[in-house]
Design a protein around this ligand. Structure first.
Ligand code: KG4
Ligand code: ZN
Length: 346
């Protein structure tokens, strides 16, 4: 069986075709980064318009790459939420209409379930149950995963998501949007121990996160180190701040992962979402998991950030469980992952 997946929840148009025996047959990704760069963040209206322009040509290309005709496709899956409503509506309307025109079932996919299941596209995939750390631009959460659709949120961010904190701090350091990966690169030039930022909410029990204070700590440190002649911080000071910030965010994530594993008694950790591409996060979690005698799983780098492959894969699981949607087009900008049904419910 083959599922065509469409991702359009934010600033990436992702299309993929997944075969349940052969795996991923093709995938296409178009990033809108340049469209939004001048504005320092995603402009929702521009995002929607660009998805309109790109979705159908990318579907055609993905079909061609996979050597597929419409009758080789068994279902069409699209991201129905959470995300930007206009952007979601583009993928949902195109996906639902194409399914109608081709007389195929349609599947509405939860974007975070897509991220959570992305490591399943790898050869070395985790077995259920596991703890998942989902760290993207819009979400930071720890989830206990018993099976597909059996999710318990153990903790989440009460303010900024980890990726959002990276992006906002990067902006303060004069980096372009999206600044997360650029800040991580800058941190490589920074020295350890020059600045000390807190590890928020680690001094009390619980698995929630709060990252907005770290952004403020970085803003204050930048202000206190402005050189009067240049009216800005030196490149070395910026790199030292980036280093301290990255360590504070990643150490906090690692501390909470360890706590979640202890609380659930599980030994497998899955990390997904844009921030899971961060090298320091990966090295910290690798040594932590070795110490705990457990294992950590990631999607491959290109599937850490938004992509169509994870939507086609999650769509396949839902399609096989018979969880298809009626003819109406529904986008859900807010949608808790806990509200998803188990695949055993049908
Ligand atoms: O999952 P994603 O592509 O989109 C959302 O669903 O939000 O995640 C994008 C986020 C951005 O905030 C970006 O700055 C961050 O992931 N990111 C990183 C790195 N690569 C991407 N943050 C820190 N280090 C990185 N290497
Ligand atoms: Zn995402």
């Amino acid at each position: 069986m083959r599922v065509l997946g469409i991702e359009s929840s934010c600033d990436e148009t992702g299309i993929a075709i997944y075969d349940d025996h052969q795996g991923l047959l093709s995938h296409q990704l178009y990033s809108q980064v340049k469209v939004h760069a001048d504005y320092g963040g995603v402009v929702p209206e521009l995002a929607s318009r660009d998805h309109v322009r790109k979705t159908l040509p990318l579907i055609k290309q993905a079909m061609k790459d996979a050597n597929c005709e419409k009758d080789d496709i068994d279902a069409i899956a699209y991201t129905a939420g959470p995300g930007l409503v206009g952007a979601l509506l583009v993928g949902s309307a195109i996906g639902r209409s194409l399914a109608y025109a081709w007389n195929k079932p349609a599947v509405a996919v939860h974007h975070m379930e897509g991220h959570l299941l992305a490591p399943m596209l790898e050869e070395n995939k985790p077995e259920f149950p596991f703890v998942a750390l989902l760290v993207s631009g819009g979400h930071t959460m720890l989830v206990k995963v018993a099976n597909v659709g059996e999710y318990e949120i153990l903790g989440e961010s009460i303010d900024d998501a980890a990726g959002e904190a990276f992006d906002k701090t990067a902006k303060l350091l004069g980096l372009d949007y999206p600044g997360g990966p650029l800040l991580a690169k800058m941190a490589e030039q920074g020295n350890a121990g020059i600045y000390q930022f807190p590890r928020p909410m680690t001094d009390r029990p619980g698995l929630d996160f709060s990252f907005s204070g770290l952004k403020t700590a970085a803003a204050n440190t930048i202000r206190n180190n402005i050189d009067n002649t240049t009216q800005s911080c030196s490149p070395q000071v910026k790199a030292d701040i980036a280093h301290a910030f990255q360590h504070a965010v990643i150490d906090t994530l690692a501390i909470k992962c360890k706590r979640a594993l202890k609380q659930t008694g599980l030994k497998r950790l899955v990390v997904a979402g844009g921030v899971s591409a961060n090298k320091y996060l990966r090295s910290q979690l690798a040594s932590m998991m070795t110490g705990l005698g457990g294992e950590v799983f990631y999607p491959k780098a290109e599937f850490c950030t938004d992509n169509g492959a994870m939507i086609a894969y999650a769509g396949m699981q839902r399609f096989k469980a018979g969880q298809v949607v009626p003819l109406s087009v529904k986008a859900q900008p807010r949608w808790s992952i806990e509200d998803l049904p188990s695949i055993k419910d049908n």
